[in-house]
Design a protein around this ligand. Structure first.
Ligand SMILES: NC(=O)c1ccc[n+]([C@@H]2O[C@H](COP(=O)([O-])OP(=O)(O)OC[C@H]3O[C@@H](n4cnc5c(N)ncnc54)[C@H](O)[C@@H]3O)[C@@H](O)[C@H]2O)c1
Length: 417
């Protein structure tokens, strides 16, 4: 057990161990990578500083890094997503963890403690750790060989830094791997809409669900809301994505119009102020608001607080806001990632893919960092493909391969009509 940590209670470790055990049993691809890491120690002498949701699945990844030879310091990428029992189990496993559920006031201090341990690889979810290192802990940067970013919002921020030539380390956009984005963002976040059911046990069938954005996350949410019988309206700012939503059979309109019909609103745009004062005023009595985008800026909680004459905590996850016009709105998880706050994050089977990519990307960085520039890279296609192959194997699913004739045909242009 390490003596470097700040968590809620080390005594919760045995519960955390059971929780991690269950996650690992559903992450066979990562476990395969773990066996190879244990044998070959690709991360020997590497120190990792991670800022991730401290969940049971993250623990499975952290343990894989450990068995691969790395030392690790971990802090949380969201004040409300830390599972305190998992944090305790990791401390027992010798990981320096600085995270506890509800840590708002020391959120950045925990990141500073991670950076002070001079990590060689930064693993981030939302780019707060990497941005902090650039802004005020530059002395930590010379020993960093590279960073990995887990989510769309983080990649967007880092790409802006790269364009402005402010990035001082190479970054690999784990989020942009196909086996991450098309599955974690679509099916993971898609299933995340059931956080509304867990929080309020509300019926979807016959309700109008307004979904802001039609990116990977929102496509998944729209698909699942439709499957539960909701009438789905999509709002967008991108004409191509809006067109795609229309052709997928959804109504598309501006938020100002959609909001008047909404029973439930979901946001996942990576933008801010998607819902503000004017939208709240126009909502129906009883509208439920859930954000599944990375930061808690998509639904303006500030506007909601200012506008409301009364606030009542309905349960652990939901606050009822009463507006001066008498209407009541229900906000989930303080406007933070509802699926993380309420469901404990994506199912392990999904994180099996995302964290297999993370593990193999760390190995890739240790071998290739000297050839990388200080820009944002995609995950090499080979890693992406290998993760898909391994996942299919664990699911006992076979696919076809090209025979010789087909192989020659697809590589030629001569044969036509
Ligand atoms: N909840 C989770 O577990 C989870 C998982 C993965 C990603 N995320 C987060 O979800 C968010 C969305 O990720 P993504 O991969 O779908 O991104 P994406 O870039 O694929 O999609 C975002 C979409 O929102 C649209 N958009 C932007 N501003 C808008 C606005 N003001 N109104 C309407 N539409 C707008 C964009 O045009 C785009 O089509 C990000 O913040 C990401 O980090 C959350």
């Amino acid at each position: 057990m390490t003596s470097n940590y700040k968590i809620k209670d080390v005594g919760l470790a045995s519960q955390g161990q059971i929780s991690i055990y269950l996650a690992e049993s559903r992450m066979p691809t990562l476990m395969k990578i773990r066996s190879s890491f244990e044998k070959h120690k690709p991360l020997e002498n590497i120190s990792i500083g991670a800022c991730l949701h401290v969940t049971r699945e993250t623990a499975a990844l952290i343990r894989t890094f450990s068995l691969g030879g790395a030392s690790i310091a971990l802090c949380a990428s969201n004040p409300l997503s830390t599972q305190d029992d998992v944090a305790a189990a990791l401390v027992k496993d010798n990981v320096s963890v600085y995270a506890w559920h509800g840590n708002d006031s020391e959120y950045y201090d925990c990141m500073r403690r991670v950076l002070d341990q001079k990590p060689n690889i930064l693993i981030d979810d939302g780019a707060d750790l990497i941005v902090l290192a650039h802004k005020e802990r530059q002395k930590a940067l010379p020993t960093v060989i590279g960073a990995q970013e887990e989510t769309t919002t983080g990649v967007n921020r880092l790409q802006i830094m790269s364009c402005k030539k402010l990035l001082k380390i190479p970054v690999i956009a784990v989020n942009n791997a196909k086996t991450k984005m098309m599955f974690d963002n679509r099916y993971g976040t898609g299933q995340g809409i059931i956080s509304v059911i867990k929080a309020l046990n509300t019926l979807f069938a016959g309700k109008t669900a307004v979904i802001a954005g039609y990116g990977w996350c929102s496509r998944g949410m729209a698909m699942r809301a439709k499957g539960l019988g909701a009438n789905v309206i999509v709002t967008e700012i991108d004409p191509i994505r809006a067109l795609e939503a229309v052709m997928d059979g959804f109504r598309v309109m501006p938020m100002a119009k959609a909001i008047k019909e909404a029973d439930i609103v979901f946001t996942a745009t990576s933008c801010k102020d998607v819902l503000t004062k004017h939208h709240f005023i126009d909502m129906k009595d009883g509208t439920i608001l859930a954000n599944l985008g990375h930061f808690n800026v998509e639904i303006s909680v500030e506007d909601l607080e200012k506008l409301s004459k009364k606030k009542v905590k309905i349960n652990e996850y939901v606050e009822e806001y009463e507006l001066p016009n008498g209407k009541r709105l229900y906000l989930l998880g303080e406007g933070r990632l509802a699926n993380l706050v309420i469901l404990g994050g994506h199912p392990s089977e999904i994180m099996d893919l995302s964290f297999s990519i993370q593990a193999l990307t760390a190995k890739y960085l240790t071998v290739n960092h000297a050839n990388l520039e200080n820009i944002v890279y995609d995950v090499p296609e080979e890693i992406d493909k290998n993760v898909a192959i391994a996942k299919l194997e664990t699911m006992n699913i076979q696919i076809d391969t090209l025979n010789k004739v087909q192989e020659a045909y697809v590589k030629s242009f001569e044969e036509g009509t």
